[in-house]
Design a protein around this ligand. Structure first.
Ligand code: S3P
Length: 166
């Protein structure tokens, strides 16, 4: 049974995923890093050179490969659950935890970040708000468990995740 973390950019999937993996002696896999290694390019370079559709195909290929593992903590990219096929694959191998944060939380964490191509716009808060509102119903629907990740410590969130899998 894999532990899969989903949620919007900046919700803490990678940071908390690493902590949960450490505490449960599981392997940690970050989907974006896995894709970057395979492609030999950063996410930003992949978007710039080949475009978003290409990246989304990389994501599905990577998920298809990773669901064959069975005792991992997998931190997804924020858009990975937007495709049904990805969700079906992920659900066949584990349970999905949604780390729920507000647009203001995301903005405060990512206002100086330049590594997320989808947020490199003039009005970052507006872009975050729009995309987050569009995606919220999907995150909520695919989740086996929803955790408010706005202001708790990563230790508290990690414990909630581990308790859910007990
Ligand atoms: C994306 C989120 C990013 C990365 C890419 C697209 C998205 O991952 O996969 O920039 O569509 O939300 P993080 O959620 O880890 O930032």
């Amino acid at each position: 049974m894999n532990m899969v973390l989903c949620g919007f950019m900046g919700c803490g999937k990678s940071t908390i995923g690493k902590l949960v993996a450490k505490k449960t002696h599981r392997e940690f896999i970050d989907l974006d890093s896995f894709i970057e290694e395979k492609q030999g390019l950063s996410i930003r370079e992949i978007f710039k050179t080949y475009g978003e559709d290409y990246f989304r195909n990389c994501e599905t290929d990577a998920i298809s490969e990773l669901v064959n593992k069975n005792f991992v903590v997998l931190a997804l990219g924020g858009g990975a659950v937007l495709k049904n096929k990805n969700v079906e694959l992920l659900k066949s191998s584990g349970k999905i935890i949604f780390l729920d944060v507000t647009a203001n939380t995301v903005f405060s964490r990512l206002k100086n970040d330049t590594s997320r191509p989808l947020l490199n716009t003039d009005d970052k808060l507006a872009e975050i708000t729009k995309r987050l509102n569009d995606r919220l119903p999907i995150y909520t629907m695919v989740a086996d468990k929803i955790i408010d990740a706005n202001s708790k410590t990563k230790e508290v969130i990690a414990t909630e995740i581990i308790d859910f899998f007990k």
